[in-house]
Design a protein around this ligand. Structure first.
Ligand code: NDP
Length: 445
């Protein structure tokens, strides 16, 4: 359709050298074609051209001093993509690959994801090419303090509320919050993922993984299935992966792989609660490598490989973008995989998504399947505003309800637009319509 291709051409020309951003925009725009065709109001108001342009991009220098006293310089970013339905909200990523393209793709996805959660949150993303791996706690603290010294003037509890992502966990959020508090002289809910005794929400650490499994359960129900007894492959061993595995174990599935950027482990007997606790200590406290699991439990380690060659019923990518290629997807399908739920952001390449959809397996796209993380961040913001914490059971019940609602919304929207069962189309259209209508209501902004 003209307007979609015209907009993609503008994006391509205006954002040279940003392949991930272009990939994310292409996926969304092409799948919302039916809604653009049906509603002239979006074409007249040039909503597509507006929605692909960030409201604001901040890029800044982050100087800090390492333990040897040497000066180090990193680059910091915040992409404030869209605030039509609420204050900007989205994680911070610290990883050497961080660049404008990756953060813009993540911020763009975040806009539609946040819209799907039913909570009032706009979309943003930020971070730095700083690598926390191998750094001492003091180095991480000095970096975070310097990062927040600039970021603090662009964020606030009613303006922009960052959270964690790759390389930003509880430790980093603590240092960032401490510095914000000093600079702003206020104790407010400016970040989510905070410690429990200083404003954090119960279930926030678990939320992305738990939410992804809740979403997979909802998908399975549409085929009269459950996850019980299903063999599952999981990639990653960070926050999203750990709690995906925890919930999968709780619902009776058998998880046989986890990974990190160096390789994966294959435990054919299944990772049980005890072994998972060992992994959590390895990753969150000792900050070691997944290879050590293979040494400890006598299982096979595959250096430099991803786990998609292992036979499974269900696959849960929980590491990073573009980690399932078209070839990996073919292998998964040939091996009988019938469900893929994305806990990571954009983990499947376009060729992989095409194959999953063509084979009509249950495919849960990231912006729906992993929305539990940001949804629970939204619940943390609500508790901070009320100055009242909810119990674990209460937050978990709300998370479960939100994931069920997101699934139903995406499922029903896909059917409404003539693509039954296609949750990519369903999630993209449902997420888009709410934001686009808010933009129309607010005039030319
Ligand atoms: P963590 O930093 O806690 O863990 C990331 C994991 O992925 C680690 O095991 C890491 O291995 C691995 N990984 C990172 N980069 C690569 C790479 N290039 N190739 C292979 N493996 C890699 O991050 P999270 O678990 O928070 O994030 C994982 C994914 O989930 C991301 O896509 C993130 O955007 C998404 N997500 C996270 C949310 C959250 O609440 N945390 C919310 C929604 C989505 P290593 O240690 O070797 O780098």
């Amino acid at each position: 359709m003209g307007v979609i291709q015209d907009t993609l051409e503008i994006v391509r020309k205006r954002n040279p050298g940003e392949p991930e951003f272009f990939q994310a925009v292409t996926e969304v725009l092409e799948s919302i074609e039916p809604v653009i065709e049906r509603h002239k109001k979006y074409r007249d108001a040039r909503i597509l051209e507006r929605i692909v342009e960030p409201e604001r991009v901040v890029i800044f220098r982050v100087p800090w001093q390492d333990d040897k006293g040497q000066f180090q310089i990193n680059r910091g970013f915040r992409i404030q993509m869209n605030s039509a339905i609420g204050p900007y909200k989205g994680g911070l990523r610290f990883h050497p690959t961080v660049c404008l393209s990756i953060l813009k793709f993540l911020a763009f996805e975040q806009v539609f994801k946040n819209s799907l959660t039913t909570l009032p949150m706009g979309g943003a993303k930020g971070g730095s090419d700083f690598d926390p791996k191998g750094k001492s706690d003091n180095e991480v603290m000095r970096f975070c303090q310097s990062f927040m010294t600039e970021l603090f003037r662009h964020v606030g509890p009613d303006t922009d509320v960052p959270a964690g992502d790759i390389g930003v966990g509880g430790r980093e959020i603590g240092y960032l919050f401490g510095q914000y508090k000093r600079l702003a002289n206020e104790f407010t809910g400016v970040l989510t993922g905070k410690g429990l005794n200083w404003g954090g929400s119960l279930i926030r650490p678990e939320a992305t993984g738990y939410g992804c499994v809740y979403f997979a359960i909802e998908m399975s129900k549409t085929r009269g299935e459950t996850l019980e007894g299903k063999v599952c492959t999981v990639s990653g061993s960070g926050n999203a992966a750990q709690y995906t595995v925890e919930k999968l174990i709780q619902v009776g599935a058998k998880v046989v792989t986890m990974s990190d950027s160096d390789g994966f482990v294959y435990d054919k007997d299944g990772i049980n609660e005890e072994k998972l606790a060992w992994i959590m200590d390895l990753k969150n406290v000792r900050r070691g490598r997944i290879r050590e699991y293979a040494e400890k439990f006598g299982v096979k380690y595959f250096p430099g490989k991803r786990p998609w060659g292992i036979e499974c019923d269900c696959a849960f990518p929980c590491a990073t973008q573009n980690e399932i290629s078209g070839e990996d997807a073919k292998t998964l399908l040939d091996n009988g995989c019938t469900l893929v739920a994305e806990a990571a952001n954009m983990p499947s390449e376009p060729e992989a998504i095409q194959q999953f959809l063509a084979k009509r397996i249950l495919f849960g796209p990231a912006k729906a399947a992993n929305a539990g993380g940001v949804a629970t961040s939204g619940l943390e913001m609500a508790q901070n505003s009320m100055r009242l914490p909810w119990t674990r059971e209460e937050v978990d019940a709300r998370l479960r309800h939100i994931m069920t609602t997101i699934h139903k919304n995406a499922f029903d929207t896909a059917a409404e637009y003539g693509k039954p069962g296609n949750l990519v189309v369903g999630a993209n259209i449902a997420g888009f319509v709410k934001v686009a209508d808010a933009m129309l209501d607010q005039g030319l902004v």
